[in-house]
Design a protein around this ligand. Structure first.
Ligand code: PEP
Length: 252
């Protein structure tokens, strides 16, 4: 059976006391009612990572939302993968559509970021997904295939082994409009096929592919029941412990 994963992307939300309270609520609940079949990851803003690493407990793993492509140096305001690993991060989200859109991150840059993350021992959560316009033009499969080819499939088999893929249709992110379970399943199956072609059937079978885009406490069960959906990358609904815990417990 493939790994089942629920990851919360907090984006630029929460003060430090609020972040502490949220992690504390999650950790307490997961300690009292452990989930054995789901890996839980949270991705808080940079300044909170070191402290939350001490406070999150064993049931939660820590991710960053981004990293710089260089290891160290004169890059004012940036944070390297090595720094993230040194404060207890295990994952880093790369290629999120907001980074691509607002920070002009393209596949060439993402290639460097992936390499830096892997070299530092971080496991990448690589995001892909089409815009509404691309879906309406029916070029969404081609577009996602190209994103994977350009941004991800340059990795060696050994490197790719560490990757989690997140399919996040841009039109569903933060919009309240989620992909139907049919739309999610067909794209996840397609992504798995691309992995099989780029690597092999075994890699395709074991790579976790998460769905992201207005996934919430109400629709998670139906989405997670899809054969090729191995969990979710959750934005808005990860900011409230009750909602996030319901999503974590949405696997059949
Ligand atoms: C995201 O940005 O990764 C995301 C899935 O956001 P939301 O759940 O709020 O749509």
């Amino acid at each position: 059976m493939r790994r089942q994963i629920v990851a919360g992307n907090w984006k630029m939300n929460k003060t430090y006391p609020e972040a502490l309270a949220l992690v504390n609520e999650l950790a307490t609940d997961l300690q009292n009612n452990p989930v054995s079949n789901v890996e839980v990851i949270v991705a808080p803003p940079f300044p909170y990572l070191a402290a939350l690493s001490d406070k999150k407990g064993d049931a939660i793993q820590l991710s960053a939302q981004n990293c710089h492509q260089k290891d160290s140096g004169a890059f004012t305001g940036e944070v390297s993968a090595t720094m993230l690993a040194s404060v207890g991060c295990e994952y880093v989200i790369l290629g999120h559509s907001e980074r691509r859109q607002y920070f002009q991150e393209d596949s060439m840059l993402l290639e460097q970021k992936l390499k830096a993350a892997l070299a530092a021992g971080l496991k990448p959560i690589f995001c892909c997904g089409e815009s509404l316009e691309q879906r309406e033009q029916e070029i969404h499969f081609d577009f996602v295939a190209q994103q994977l080819k350009d941004g991800l499939f340059h990795l060696s088999n050994e490197e790719f082994d560490k990757v989690i893929i997140a399919y996040e249709p841009i039109w569903a992110i933060g919009t309240g409009r989620t992909a139907s379970s049919e739309q999610a399943q067909e794209m996840h199956e397609f992504i798995r096929e691309q992995v099989s072609r780029a690597y092999d059937a075994e890699a395709a079978l074991k790579t976790p592919i998460l769905y992201g885009g207005s996934c919430n406490a109400q629709n998670a069960k139906e989405l997670f029941a899809c054969k090729d959906v191995d969990g979710g990358l959750i934005g808005g609904a990860a900011l409230k412990s009750a909602d996030f815990l319901t999503i974590i417990r949405s696997f059949q």
